[in-house]
Design a protein around this ligand. Structure first.
Ligand SMILES: [Zn+2]
Length: 104
């Protein structure tokens, strides 16, 4: 675990954030830059308040052809929430590139 902002490994545990489904996410504070972050900072799920497993199941269902309203009903969210997740993940995907492998 290192600071996502300055890559320092001098980090302190600062309690937990709880998500809507009761999942606890460890929160940290960096001793070098004093910024706070949690386990999800720097991932596409960073600012979501829903368990990442629910989000990924919903997105998977959508990529398998489920309609946005059906997905909302299935996962107990509004269809606007589902669309917001999709947009967020699409934005992230544009900034993401696969790691290079040098051992080919
Ligand atoms: Zn830092």
């Amino acid at each position: 675990m290192e600071c996502p902002y300055c890559q320092s490994e001098k980090i302190l545990k600062r309690g937990f954030d709880s998500l809507q489904d009761g999942t606890l996410v460890q929160r940290y504070q960096c001793k070098d830059c004093n910024r706070r972050f949690n386990e999800r900072t720097g991932t596409p799920m960073a600012r979501l308040r829903t368990a990442s497993s629910v989000v990924s199941y919903a997105i998977k269902a959508r990529t398998e052809g489920m309609g946005v309203r059906s997905a909302g009903r299935t996962f107990g969210k509004s269809h606007t929430t589902i669309m917001r997740w999709e947009k967020r993940l699409a934005d992230q995907a544009q900034n993401w590139s696969p790691p290079r492998t040098s051992s080919l």
